[in-house]
Each structure stands twice: as C-alpha cells, then as structure tokens.
Design a protein around this ligand. Structure first.
Ligand code: NAD
Length: 357
C-alpha cells in the first residue's frame, strides 16, 4: 500500500515525465516563510532561464501546474528564437502584498544560487526590480536587473516590439499587406507591454480599443494615445480585426473562441490557449490567424539574453525584429501542412532541440 508521501511524489514525477521536465525543486524555509517551486524543463540548448512569479495560488497543485507549464513554454520560446537557453521558471507561493519581505526574497536567491547556474532567474508577475536586486545579492544567476547595475533593464518595451512585429506579419499573411492603418485592434491589459503596443499601433493609424481591470491605468492610456475604453464583459462579442491579449493566460477557451469575431489574435500573454490542442484547432477551424504567444512575446527574453551573451541592445532589437519573418514562416507552414499554428511553431522549436541533443 502506497503512503501519502509516495502518492504525492509519484504524481509529480509522472507530470514531469509527461511534460518532459528534467528537475523540479521544492523550497521551504521556516524562518522567512518562503515556499517556492523551481522547475527546470530542458537544458539541451543552455541553462534554463525564466522569471520568478509570486502569486497567491489557491492550492499547491495550481502552483505546480503553473510552474510546469510556464517552464515548458520557456524551452520552446528560447528555441524558436534561436537562443542558446533552456526553459525554466520559478513560483513563490503567497500574496506578494502581504508576505513578501527582503529576507524571503534573499532566501529565494540562495536557492537559485544552490543550482549553480543551471537555472537563471528574472522578474515576472508579483516581482519588481528591487526584488531582483535582493536576489542579486545572493546569486549572480539573475537577469533583467537595472541598467544602473549593468543589466538590460525592463524588457517590456522589447516584448511589445516583438508582439507588434508578430501582429504585422499576421496582417501580411491574412490581408496581403502588413499595414495596420484603419484596422480595429483590442488590447486587453494596458500594463507594461500593452501600453507600448497601444503606442505602436495608434502611431500606425489603427483604431485601438483598450480594456483593463485598473481604471486609473485605462484612463491614463486612453488620454495619452486617444484609445477608446471598452467594458470588460463585452470584449469577446465586439467587432474587431485584431484581438491582442496582454493581461492573463487562458483567455482563448471554448466560450471566448465561440464568441470572438476577430480575424487575427496576436498578444503578449503567456499560455493564451486554455488547451493547446483543442483551442488551437477551434481557432484554426474558425479561420482566425493565431500567432503563437511563445513566439511573438519572446522580445523580453531576447533582451535579457544580452546579459548572458554580451550583445548590445541594438542586437536585441534586430533579433526581435526577426519575429516578423519567423511568424510568417510558421503561418505558411501551418497552412501548407494543414496543422494549427501552435503545432507548427512547436515542431520548429522541437526540431532545433533534437538537432542539439
Ligand atoms: P503588467 O502586470 O504590467 O500588465 C498587465 C495588465 O493587465 C495590468 O494593467 C492589469 O491591470 C491588467 N489585467 C489583469 N487582469 C486583467 C483582466 N482580467 N482583464 C483586463 N486586464 C487585466 O504585465 P506586463 O509585463 O505588461 O505583461 C503582460 C502579459 O504579457 C503577462 O501575461 C506576461 O506574463 C506576458 N509577458 C510579459 C513580458 C514582459 O516583458 N513584460 C514578456 C513575455 C510575456
């Protein structure tokens, strides 16, 4: 008869096996209250790089699922972007506004350091630049630190530029021209990435609609760029050319896909497809062009990679610009082979990993 501990560990190892993870580290520190999970998915192409997310998960199972899925996504993001990096991610369990302390973050830095560079961390949701400085005090295996400390700074503007490139390539594929002038675009989430995307698209003459749960931010972005605010509950039913999810993942699910009237989906959020297979297929069957999230939101990763590879910001921007060509290549491959765009992108990413095994 299996005891509880054995059941739990079997369950985790089985998930790792199914999703292809190399290593998962569970961290628990009694003094600071730190509870974290670090997931290393695949290090064939290089050290596993991925941000640390601090989130008030409703269960440990939810935290585990998140870190496993996000770290796997990082493997494919690095591979398809031509970077010599593997995929990793970390989650700290708890409400950042309530339990985050300097000592907790430093303790997390010690755990990262204990992996000797196999995992390199960065900032993600719930973490800020100051936190990364605390992590840096305990380990050199951290990226995305401020420019004043020799780092590459906030990656969000580069991420937004990559999403913009993916959007233009999708327009070229769908309409024969990559001009966004006169197109209607809904940007969902006008945070760091979303706001810059609003800037690029309004500058090109698109009619931009915005939605966010933060009313202050909405009003500020609307005023700054002349974008129109849309009520959250009606966004999936509105007429628009392009839907740009830049808030949370899983917004592409059975309910929303049935309602969406757009022709293109290009956004920054990670894991947009609630179910990669089912929802990728539903989008394809509706004739909507979907540019895979892990491909077009890679600008931020490309930018932090400069801290490891030593190349300059111009090189990061040039590499991010190439997202345009890769998006077109993937959309054409999906069409030729009658597969979803997500599958086409995965095939290319996996091929590069296999060639380097
Ligand atoms: P952010 O936290 O700065 O902005 C997110 C915005 O979404 C916030 O304004 C928030 O109020 C809003 N939001 C949250 N829930 C919402 C909801 N239900 N409906 C509408 N708006 C909602 O984050 P960011 O750095 O701009 O990143 C946006 C997304 O892109 C995230 O999913 C992130 O994981 C992903 N991403 C970001 C980067 C990067 O470089 N920052 C890189 C790759 C992927």
């Amino acid at each position: 008869m299996m005891n509880v501990e054995e059941k739990v560990s079997n369950h985790v190892v089985r998930k790792m096996e199914t999703m292809g993870h190399e290593q998962v580290i569970f961290c628990n520190d009694k003094v600071t209250g730190l509870k974290a999970i670090i997931a290393i998915h695949d290090t064939t192409l290089g050290p596993a790089l991925g941000g640390t997310r601090m989130w008030n998960y409703s269960s440990e199972e939810e935290a585990l699922q998140d870190v496993l899925r996000l770290s796997r996504g990082m493997t494919f993001k690095a591979s398809i972007s031509g970077l010599n990096l593997g995929g990793g991610k970390a989650v700290i369990i708890g409400d950042a506004s309530k339990i985050k302390t300097k000592s907790l973050i430093k303790k997390f830095g010690e755990y990262v350091d204990s992996l000797g560079g196999k995992y390199i961390t960065a900032k993600d949701v719930g973490m800020n630049t100051q936190d990364m400085e605390y992590v840096r005090e305990k380990t050199k295996h951290v990226t995305g630190i401020p420019e004043s400390m020799g780092g590459s700074g906030d990656p969000s503007t580069v991420t937004a530029y990559g999403v913009y490139m993916g959007m233009k390539a999708s327009a070229k594929f769908k309409w024969g021209s990559d001009s966004l002038e006169g197109k209607t675009i809904l940007v969902q989430g006008v945070g760091h990435v979303g706001e810059t995307l609003v800037k690029h698209t309004t500058e090109e003459g698109a009619k931009v609609y915005i939605t966010d749960i933060n009313d202050l931010k909405l009003a500020e972005v609307a005023e700054k760029y002349g974008a129109e605010i849309i009520k959250a509950d009606s966004i999936y039913d509105m007429d628009m050319d392009i839907y740009a999810p830049c808030a949370l993942g899983s917004t592409l699910n059975t309910d929303t896909i049935n309602r969406l009237k757009c022709q293109i989906i290009t956004g920054a959020a990670n894991n947009q497809l609630s179910d990669e297979v089912l929802h990728g297929k539903m989008i394809k069957d509706k004739g909507i062009v979907y540019a895979p999230d892990f491909l077009i939101n890679a600008g931020g990763l490309i930018n932090v990679y400069s801290e490891i590879s030593g190349y300059q910001r111009e090189e990061s921007l040039l590499r991010t610009k190439k997202i345009y060509d890769t998006t077109l290549e993937i959309l054409l491959k999906a069409e030729d082979e009658d597969i979803t765009t997500h599958q086409a992108a995965l095939l290319i990413a996996e091929q590069r990993i296999q060639e380097n095994k």
